[in-house]
Design a protein around this ligand. Structure first.
Ligand code: ZN
Ligand code: ZN
Length: 272
């Protein structure tokens, strides 16, 4: 039994992985003879692999960047034979470059199966997918909500490069059960006194576009959302000068674009 002395959820860098497991610094599957282990990296920032968790099982795409993958090739074989060969498999996930999140030891949860996925040049080819489950934990560790959203955004961009035919082909092979990931969100507790003051100050109008609130609550209060010009997550303060009331459209816009001219306008508005 090899013990890497890592806790699930612990974030390490590539050098740490090489030092702890005594494996190569490259690749998604890294075999170490010295620790008799296999390090598996599920890199969600890379377009080429479509690893996903379904019902607490990670469907992990094997080795081989171009052409059809082979089950007898290198580490694909190591995983396939891992029920007999005594090699222990440890899983890391990557959502942001250079941050490897340790998930724990994994074992095969079923037979490897074939699937069609594009290779690095965009040509469809056969890949082997390994169903893996965590040995100790029931579910994979949660990841920060913003990290998950970044990954979704990255995927959206990658999918945009597909032709209509490619896109339709993809849809045909989408598993009916969606992947599931638990995320951690941070809630900021803001002063209710400031919230109330800012709403009164806005007089039922969005402070960015100037339009009236899009609808009213049943009790007649105009619906506006509270926004902090400098975000709490970026050290913004819970003050009257940093808080505005916006319509839902403008609120989204601020969170997606956060344009300097808009911020300047809002800062001017709350000054007077
Ligand atoms: Zn607005
Ligand atoms: Zn906001």
């Amino acid at each position: 039994m090899f013990n890497p002395n890592l806790k699930p959820g612990e974030i390490v860098n590539n050098e740490d992985i090489c030092r702890i497991f005594q494996c190569s610094p490259q690749g998604g599957m890294r075999r170490s003879k010295r620790t008799n282990s296999l390090v598996i990296v599920s890199d969600h920032t890379k377009a080429i692999y479509e690893d996903r968790w379904v019902n607490n099982i990670l469907h992990y795409t094997g080795m081989g960047l171009t052409g059809n993958q082979s089950l007898s090739h290198a580490q694909n074989r190591t995983v396939k034979e891992s029920t007999e060969n005594g090699v222990e498999i440890f899983l890391f996930e990557v959502f942001e470059p250079r941050k490897y999140i340790f998930q724990g030891q994994v074992i095969l949860a079923g037979q490897p199966y074939k699937e069609t996925q594009p290779d690095i040049k965009g040509n469809n080819r056969d890949v082997w997918v390994f169903p893996l489950k965590l040995k100790e934990e029931e579910t994979p560790g949660p990841i920060p909500e913003e990290v998950f959203q970044k990954k979704v955004r990255l995927r959206e961009k990658q999918v945009k490069t597909l032709s209509d035919d490619e896109l339709y082909n993809k849809i045909l092979s989408v598993p009916r059960k969606s992947g599931v990931r638990k995320t951690i969100t941070t809630q900021y507790e803001r002063s209710q006194y400031i919230v109330e003051y800012v709403k009164r100050r806005a007089k039922g109008k969005c402070q960015l576009c100037g339009n009236p609130a899009p609808f009213f609550y049943k009790d007649g209060e105009p619906f506006l959302e509270i926004h902090h010009i400098e975000w709490f997550s970026k050290d913004g303060e819970d003050t009257l000068e940093n808080t505005v009331a916006l319509c839902p459209n403008c609120h989204r816009k601020m969170h997606i674009l956060d344009l300097e001219p808009d911020k300047k306008l809002l800062k001017e508005k709350v000054k007077n």
